[in-house]
Design a binder for this molecule. Structure first.
Ligand code: ME8
Length: 512
């Protein structure tokens, strides 16, 4: 049976336009989803927008718009951004859709039915920017009298009737679950943070609000709307058709991995598994937190005017170049900084020089010296065998890295092969063999062709468009592009189309 694989992005708040951070998460999930599809798995890749809550309501008011109208507009921008980034999501959940309201309310009812919800009153700090209740001990009082949450966001005192979720009853079950499932949270930093937070003891969680209306009604008590995180986390179930056990997508739960930014790990690794336990539902296999992007060393913010628009970057540098840079620049999980300089350096060194030249040198020699006709494999020398062996190991090495969310490390495996192939071509110097030993020249070019085919096939998840074009130039047909197909050698005498450079060097224009 085909293995199923379910992956999700966080659903993004519609309080502002998408930026490079949202594009990053979306592209990372896209790379993993495409990788699993090319392995032949049956993938469900879900993304969407988080449209309720005080933060969105306030942003709508500031724009003089009704919340729904405002959410429609910004949600469409997220969908558009993902299209522009070639993000191949299978579903896009909006929390204002009827199917989502149904799922969130069904989850609530199940948790209530099992005895984990009670009515009380919340009195304490709330950060609207984080949409989070903040414990007294977590609040910082500044000299000027401001009070802030650990994120730096301002907090306000709220006091309102509220339903509570009995989170305090889940401390031991959560700790046991983390212990039994050591890979549930990754990487190590967030894992330790979550475990120590839970060990310190959990308080019951307020899960409804009464001081505003922009949310999903609590079943049987329309005075209350659901706390936006209860609503939002339920989106992962919406995508699989919950609560209908016979829904077409039901078998895609539990998710294999929820990819999130590190600031929302607590919600995904404490609240979410506790809600699911309370409802008697299976838990996701993994939550993986990636790091935070800054821009030229600064935190992105509207007031600094340094918020990066992914579309503008893709237009300037090329979409695949941008996708490559984002995935390559930082080990997945770590923080990173976007600088034009490193973007351009990676484009010119790794794409134009390393990969672009390897393909261009090989393919133009086949075009020029062999009339574009693919030569047969010949007697292999030790040097040929070594590089072919290295290439044949690549799919498994990358799969291991992807399995442990090493999106950037998987690229490093490809670049090791690319560097080795460039050293091989320099050693073998096929251009010099045309007159002295044309047969050997053909054999060397054939080895290079096979290595480049492996590279282009394996890089498809990262740079789908450019690698598609590279595979076109190698005369690899659409149904020969899966990882499995790499095991079938290409027959000799295929006619390769005229090669064209795929990775132009980027030259920064002189500032006038
Ligand atoms: O938290 N660097 O939504 P959100 C890296 N609605 N990633 C970044 C980033 C940056 N500078 N800025 C944003 C929410 N992100 C909730 C989630 S899920 C049930 C509900 C990415 O719009 C990162 O993945 O604030 C982060 O977790 C997400 O966008 C937060 O988006």
């Amino acid at each position: 049976m085909t293995r199923r694989f379910t992956i999700t992005t966080p659903i993004f708040y519609v309080n502002g336009a998408p930026h490079i951070g949202h594009a990053y998460t979306s592209i990372a999930c896209d790379v993993i989803a495409r990788f699993h599809r090319l392995c032949g798995e049956d993938v469900l890749f879900v993304t969407g927008t988080d449209e309720h809550g005080q933060k969105v309501e306030q942003s709508a008011v500031a724009q003089n718009m009704a919340p729904q109208e405002f959410a429609d507009r910004v949600s469409a921008q997220f969908r558009q951004m993902q299209k522009e980034m070639a993000v191949s999501a299978d579903d896009f959940v909006r929390t204002t859709e009827p199917r989502h309201k149904k799922a969130a309310q069904a989850l609530w009812e199940k948790v209530a039915e099992n005895g984990y919800i009670y009515l009380g009153a919340y009195e304490g700090w709330y950060s609207t920017r984080d949409e989070a209740f903040i414990g007294e001990e977590e609040v910082t009082l500044h000299e000027d009298g401001r009070r802030t949450a650990p994120s730096g966001a301002p907090v306000e005192w709220v006091r309102e009737p509220s339903y509570f979720f009995k989170l305090s009853e889940f401390q031991d079950r959560l700790l046991k679950f983390y212990e039994d499932n050591p890979d549930f949270i990754g990487p190590q930093g967030p894992k330790r943070e979550v475990e120590s937070f839970v060990r310190q003891g959990l308080r019951d969680l307020s899960i409804s609000r009464t001081s505003f209306k922009w949310g999903i009604e609590v079943p049987n008590d329309p005075e209350h709307v659901m706390y936006v995180w209860f609503d939002a986390l339920a989106n992962y179930l919406t995508a699989v058709g919950y609560p209908d056990p016979h829904a077409a997508k039901a078998a895609y739960w539990p998710a294999n991995v929820h990819v999130v930014g590190k600031e929302i790990v607590r919600f995904h690794c404490i609240y979410w598994p506790a809600f699911l336990m309370a409802a008697g539902l299976p838990l996701p296999k993994r939550v993986f937190a990636h790091g935070w992007w800054t821009v030229e060393g600064e935190k992105m913010s509207k007031s600094l005017g340094n918020v990066l628009d992914p579309k503008a970057l893709a237009d300037e540098f090329g979409l695949d170049q941008l996708r490559f840079f984002l995935m390559r620049e930082v080990p997945f999980g770590g923080d990173s900084n976007f600088s034009r300089r490193s973007m351009i350096t990676r484009m010119n060194v790794e794409l134009a020089n390393d990969l672009g030249n390897l393909a261009q040198r090989t393919l133009s020699l086949i075009a020029r010296n062999l009339e574009g006709i693919l030569p047969a494999r010949g007697q292999m020398t030790g040097d040929d065998e070594a590089i072919m062996a290295q290439a044949s190991l690549l799919p498994d090495l990358m799969a291991e890295q992807i399995e442990r969310m090493g999106i950037s490390d998987a690229l490093e495996e490809v670049w090791k092969l690319i560097r080795a192939a460039n050293a091989y071509i320099d050693r073998q110097a096929p251009w010099a063999l045309k007159k002295t030993d044309p047969k050997r020249m053909g054999e060397v070019l054939r080895v290079l062709y096979d290595v480049i085919r492996t590279i282009a096939t394996m890089l498809q998840p990262y740079m789908p468009d450019t690698m598609g074009r590279m595979l076109d130039q190698l005369a690899i047909t659409e149904n020969e592009r899966s990882f499995e197909a790499l095991k079938m050698p290409v027959e000799a005498a295929r006619i390769l189309p005229k090669p064209e450079g795929l990775f132009p060097r980027f030259v920064e224009e002189e500032k006038a």
